[in-house]
Design a protein around this ligand. Structure first.
Ligand SMILES: Cc1ncc(COP(=O)(O)O)c(C=O)c1O
Length: 415
């Protein structure tokens, strides 16, 4: 059988695909010594899980369960949820959006597939456009989401060294060029994998550049405000007609509900609805049904401020104490953790690649994510791309300690 170009592109084995298969096998093995610091799953927080269970019970008792499962929503998603969310965001941030600015998708990953291919790739006049990531490392899930090859452009960051063995990536505005071939600018904020939060100043400059070049600025807010609110830096969340803000219910604790949310101008919202109608008929209704009452009643504030945020704050505090203790004699720097639930280690001068380090750790049942794949479109000869690993810190304290100790032992052999 011969596959189409589409078939070939989307069935080809990718580095990250192989890695995810590895992590899946490791989880399925249920090995008693398994130390899984690799995946992107949100933490299972008992108080949040209980709240979701009660809400599901409420849907069953009120009869909404049947309509949730028994009816297709419109292609932009459930109207009651979109109205509740528009009202909530307007109150929280002083915006004036309506349900016509909101579309639902089957998860953010699905949103990015629609958005990237709507705004970049082969254009009707025969030219081609790319999505610009102002700096990489960036979320690896973007890397293969283009219908055509070579659809992304990105730049190395500037590295700012900070106290306490920390560092921070900054957008290198001196290098950043936005040519005719750019169709959109996109960044995750907070960033997966680094935990970076691009500052308000940097974001304002990017917004200005996007406006000047008449391209939309896509902000991936999967970890940000107002939910899940896994953000530790003091930044503001703005929206305007030229911004496309992507949110998700996944990191709130509902990745299985596959609900992505796109806040955009009415034209983009309409186009996303058209795409959704053709590609999936309608987005999943479960996440929307589960969250509508929580948003309308404002109970979501309690969930994000009193349950989710304190949980991740405590996990981070613990992870930082372990980091400062276990790696104190090693040349390991930590990206300033400002949001999301990852630690990004930079082992400057390590004599093996982070892929090789991954294999050594895997042999000892410790799983981290090697950094190479996150440097989308960055010259792989830049040594820094091989010196980083990502760790999910929202793990039980004893697992994290064990994983850090094994990592430190392996590093002593190679630095
Ligand atoms: C930055 C970022 N964006 C988007 C996604 C995709 O999330 P989902 O498709 O579950 O909404 C993830 C998942 O890990 C992520 O880390």
């Amino acid at each position: 059988m011969t596959y189409s170009k589409f078939g070939e592109k989307f069935t080809r084995q990718s580095g990250i695909g192989q890695l995810m298969t590895d992590l899946g096998h490791a989880n399925a093995s249920q090995h008693p010594d398994l130390c899984m610091l690799g995946g992107g799953n949100p933490a299972g927080i008992p108080a949040a899980q209980e709240l979701f269970q009660n809400e599901m019970q409420h849907l069953i008792e009120s009869g909404h369960f049947q309509s949730m499962l028994g009816l297709y929503d419109g292609p932009s998603g459930e109207q009651a949820f979109r109205s509740a969310l528009a009202g909530y965001l307007n109150t929280e941030f002083g915006w004036s959006i309506s349900p016509k600015n909101i579309s639902l998708t089957n998860g953010s990953q699905n949103s990015f597939f629609y958005l990237f291919n709507l705004l970049a790739g082969e254009m009707p006049d025969g030219s081609s456009k790319k999505v610009l990531f102002p700096m990489a490392p960036e979320y690896v899930g973007y890397a293969d989401a283009g219908l055509t090859d070579d659809m992304f452009k990105s730049y190395r960051p500037r590295i700012e060294l900070l106290e306490g063995n920390q560092f921070k990536y900054r957008v290198d505005f001196d290098r950043l060029e936005i040519g005719e071939d750019i169709g959109a600018i996109c960044l995750s904020r907070p960033t997966n994998p680094t935990g970076n939060v691009v500052s308000d100043n940097e974001l304002a400059r990017l917004k200005e550049l996007a406006k000047y070049h008449a391209v939309p600025l896509i902000i991936d807010n999967a970890y940000g405000q107002p939910f899940p609110n896994v953000i530790h830096s003091n930044t503001t969340l703005n929206w305007d007609e030229d911004t496309i803000l992507c949110m998700s219910l996944s990191k709130l604790g509902l990745p299985g509900a596959r609900t992505g949310i796109v806040i955009a101008n009415e034209g983009i919202t309409h186009s996303l609805g058209a795409l959704s109608g053709i590609i999936t008929l309608a987005p999943n209704s479960v996440g929307a049904a589960l969250m509508t009452r929580l948003i309308e009643s404002g109970e979501i504030r309690h969930l994000t401020r009193d349950i989710i945020k304190p949980h991740y704050d405590a996990c981070l505090q613990n992870a930082l104490e372990l980091f400062n203790d276990i790696f104190k004699d090693l040349p390991v720097r930590l990206h300033k953790p400002e949001g999301a639930f990852f630690l990004w280690f930079w082992i400057e001068g390590i004599s093996i690649t982070s892929q090789e380090l991954y294999q050594r750790l895997k042999a000892r049942n410790v799983y981290v994510i090697p950094g190479e794949e996150f440097f989308i479109d960055v010259d792989p000869n830049w040594k820094h791309t091989q010196e980083c690993v990502r760790i999910n810190y929202a793990q039980p304290q004893e697992k994290l300690r064990h994983g850090f100790e094994i990592l430190a032992e392996e590093l002593r052999l190679v630095v």
